[in-house]
Design a protein. Structure first.
Length: 191
């Protein structure tokens, strides 16, 4: 993502060794299969910034995969995107499998925000019913603190993933033109 989004960096690259490394990375993205659906989601996101990793059919297949993970309430859960053994080096599997909601994990801010952000960047319109349902989930699941809580995949003490969950939720709402503050500003301007 950094290589693809750094303004002008890739286009102005002259160092032959760096060009070869970038080409090797792009070939890896084209030919390697991510180990889990979370990796596939990130590959889809990367393909929205960099040409080459996926063709049109592959993008459509990954959009369908993301949609299959959507929960009935409109959100997504990070826990459904990889088997516990596939996270990290697998040492968290026992803890993840022992969670009370392991069989039916709750939607969370991190994955809902990220899924909407990636789908929007991949060209799914904001008025698509699944996106609208996800936006509704985001708007109704913000905590009083302003955050979108996400339970840690590591330990039940510090849930640092809540920070990215909040950032992704805000970016997703912005991509859907659904930030409440913007709506209030438009209402004021309309008066």
């Amino acid at each position: 993502m950094a290589v693809a989004t750094a303004p002008g960096w890739l286009a102005s690259l002259e160092d032959e060794e760096l060009k070869a490394r970038v080409a090797k990375m792009q070939e890896h993205l084209r030919t390697s299969t991510p180990p889990h659906d979370f990796g596939r989601l990130l590959l889809l996101w990367t393909s929205t910034r960099m040409s080459g990793p996926l063709d049109t059919r592959q993008k459509e297949d990954l959009i369908a995969m993301v949609r299959k993970h959507q929960r009935e309430d409109g959100g997504w859960s990070i826990r459904t995107f990889a088997a516990p053994e596939a996270r990290g080096n697998g040492n968290r599997a026992e803890n993840l499998r022992s969670e009370a909601e392991f069989g039916n994990p709750a939607s969370d801010g991190h994955q809902t925000g990220l899924a909407v952000l990636v789908l929007r960047d991949a060209g799914v319109p904001a008025d698509e019913p699944r996106i609208k349902k996800a936006v509704e989930w985001l708007l109704t699941n913000q905590r009083a603190s302003g955050r979108w809580w996400t339970r840690s995949l590591n330990r039940d003490r510090q849930h640092h993933i809540t920070f990215s969950g909040t950032a992704y939720a805000l970016l997703a709402l912005a991509k859907c033109d659904a930030l409440p503050a913007l709506e209030r500003e438009r209402e004021r301007e309309a008066r």
